[in-house]
Design a protein around this ligand. Structure first.
Ligand code: LLP
Length: 431
C-alpha cells in the first residue's frame, strides 16, 4: 500500500512528494517525520469544496490541530481558509504566533484553566466550547473583567456508539467530555448558561470518536443534535446558530482499511441535516466539522534507520529502529495498525516477517508486529506510512530521546518546518 503522493521509483526507492526517502534521511537524519504539503492542501480544499457544494458555503471545516500542530501547519490552514480547533493554551499560542485569525478558532477542553480562558478571550477566539458548569462561571467572570461578550457552544454527548477503539470513543454517556442529553444534564447546562450576562450560548458541539469509517453514527448524531437544538429553542428560547459535528473520519493505515472519500461523509450528513431540519420546521444552521486525522494522517511518513536485527529461533525477529514510542506511541497505546515498508528496497519481495521495535527501555515499545519486509539489512531506511496525525503531536522525551525533525515536501522540494531537538533542548528547563 502507498498513500497519495507516494511512489516507488525504478531503483526500488520510496519517493514522497517527489523527494527520495533515502535522500531526505541523508539530509536531515532519522528518525524523521516527512509531511507532504500537497496532500494536506488537497485535503483541506476537498473539505472546503464539499461545504460549498453541500451546504452552499453555510458551514466550515476547522482543522483539529491536536492531530498535528506546528506554526507552519497553522499557516497552511490559514492560507486554505480553514478554521482551527485548539484544545489547550499551547495550541492556541501556536495558532496566534502563526498569525491565525482568532475569530475562526474553536477553543475546546474539559478543564480549561483561568489563564487559558483569559488568553482565549483576550485574543477573541470565535467560540469557546464549554465542557462543564464551572466553565460558564469562569468565562463569565473573565469576560466581565475584560469587558467582553463571549460566544460559546456546549459540548454534548449525543449517546451515539461509534465503532472505534475504546480510548478514542467520546460520544457515549460514560465520557469525560461534555454533557449528556439522555439524562437531562445538557438541557440543564444550557439553562444554567442563561444566568450569565457576559456570554451567549449560540452553538452546540459533539464529537463521537475518531478513526470511524461508518457514516451512520455521524448521521445519527446529527439527528440527535438537531432535535436538541429544537428543544433549546422551544423550552429555553435559546437560538442556536452553529451545529458542530466534530471530527472522526477514518483514514487508511493498512490495505484492509476502507475509508470513504470524506466528501461522501459530508454529502451524506448534509442530506440528513437538511431532511431533519425540514421535519423539525427549522432553518439549517451553520454546520461545521473538525477533521484532524483525515487532513494530515495520510500526508505523513516516518523514516527510521535499522540499527539492530535479532532473530530468536522459533520466536520472532526483532528489527530495531532509531525511534520508537517516543515518536509514535500509537501501537503501544492502541495496538494501531501501520504499513511499514523498506524504503531502500521497496521493489523486492517481502519474504521475512519481523517485529519493528523502538529503542526505548520498554518491552512494549513496538512500532508494529507481523510486518512483512524484503530481506532487510542494518542501515536500511524503513518508512512507516500514515503517521501524519497524532504522531508528532503525541511525541515525548522518554529516555531523554530528542524529538525528531519535521520536513515538509512538495513537488520535489523539501524544507525543515520543525528542527530536531538537541540534547541541549532536553535539559533546557532543568535547574
Ligand atoms: N474535535 C474534537 C472535539 C476532538 O476531540 C477530536 C479528536 C477531533 C475533533 C479530531 O478528530 P479526528 O478527525 O482527528 O479523528 N490520539 C488518538 C486520537 C484522539 C482524538 C481526540 N480527539 C489517536 O492517535 O488515534
Amino acid at each position: 500500500m502507498l498513500n497519495p503522493g507516494q511512489e516507488i521509483n525504478n531503483e526500488g526507492q520510496l519517493i514522497i512528494g517527489g523527494c527520495s526517502a533515502k535522500e531526505l534521511a541523508e539530509a536531515y537524519g532519522t528518525p524523521l517525520y516527512v509531511m507532504n504539503e500537497t496532500v494536506i492542501r488537497n485535503n483541506m480544499r476537498a473539505y472546503k469544496e464539499a461545504f460549498d457544494k453541500y451546504y452552499g458555503g453555510n458551514g466550515r471545516a476547522y482543522f483539529a490541530s491536536k492531530a498535528f500542530c506546528t506554526l507552519e501547519m497553522c499557516r497552511i490552514a490559514k492560507s486554505e481558509g480553514l478554521g482551527l480547533d485548539v484544545v489547550s493554551g499551547g495550541e492556541l499560542y501556536t495558532a496566534m504566533k502563526a498569525g491565525f485569525p482568532a475569530e475562526i478558532i474553536n477553543f475546546h477542553g474539559n478543564n480549561k484553566t483561568y489563564n487559558e480562558l483569559k488568553a482565549a478571550i483576550e485574543y477573541g477566539v470565535g467560540k469557546i466550547i464549554v465542557d462543564n458548569l464551572n466553565e460558564f462561571r469562569l468565562i463569565d467572570t473573565i469576560a466581565g473583567e475584560l469587558n467582553k461578550k463571549v460566544s460559546v457552544s456546549i459540548r454534548i454527548k449525543p449517546g451515539v456508539e461509534a465503532h472505534t477503539h475504546d480510548y478514542i470513543k467520546t460520544g457515549q454517556i460514560d465520557s469525560k467530555f461534555g454533557f449528556a442529553i439522555e439524562n437531562g444534564e445538557a438541557l440543564q447546562a444550557a439553562n444554567d448558561s442563561l444566568r450569565y450576562s457576559n456570554l451567549s450560548l449560540s452553538g452546540v458541539h459533539c464529537h463521537i470518536g475518531s478513526q470511524i469509517f461508518d457514516v451512520q453514527p455521524f448521521k445519527d448524531a446529527a439527528v440527535i443534535m438537531l432535535n436538541f437544538v429544537k428543544k433549546l429553542s422551544e423550552e429555553l428560547n435559546i437560538s442556536i446558530e452553529e451545529l458542530n459535528l466534530g471530527g472522526g473520519f477514518g483514514i487508511k493505515y493498512v490495505d484492509s482499511d476502507t475509508p470513504k472519500p470524506f466528501e461522501q461523509y459530508i454529502e451524506a450528513v448534509s442530506e440528513t441535516v437538511k431532511e431533519t431540519c425540514k421535519e423539525l420546521g427549522m432553518e439549517v444552521p451553520f454546520v461545521s466539522v473538525e477533521p484532524g486525522r483525515s487532513i494530515v494522517g495520510e500526508a505523513g511518513v516516518t523514516l527510521y534507520t535499522v540499527g539492530g536485527i535479532k532473530t530468536i529461533p522459533n520466536v520472532r525477529t526483532y528489527l530495531s529502529v532509531d525511534g520508537g514510542m517516543t515518536d509514535n506511541i500509537r501501537y503501544a497505546l492502541y495496538k494501531s495498525d501501520y504499513t511499514v515498508i523498506n524504503a531502500s528496497r521497496a521493489d523486492k519481495n517481502e519474504d521475512i516477517t519481523v517485529t519493528v521495535a523502538g529503542k526505548c527501555c520498554e518491552s512494549g515499545d513496538l512500532i508494529q508486529e507481523n510486518v512483512k519486509l524484503p530481506k532487510t539489512e542494518i542501515g536500511d531506511i524503513l518508512a512507516v506510512l500514515s503517521t501524519g496525525a497524532y504522531n508528532y503531536s503525541m511525541a515525548s522525551n522518554y529516555n531523554r530521546i530528542p524529538r525528531p525533525a519535521v520536513v515538509m515536501v512538495k513537488d520535489g522540494t523539501h524544507r525543515l518546518i520543525v528542527r530536531r531537538e538537541s540534547y541541549e533542548d532536553i535539559i533546557r528547563n532543568d535547574i
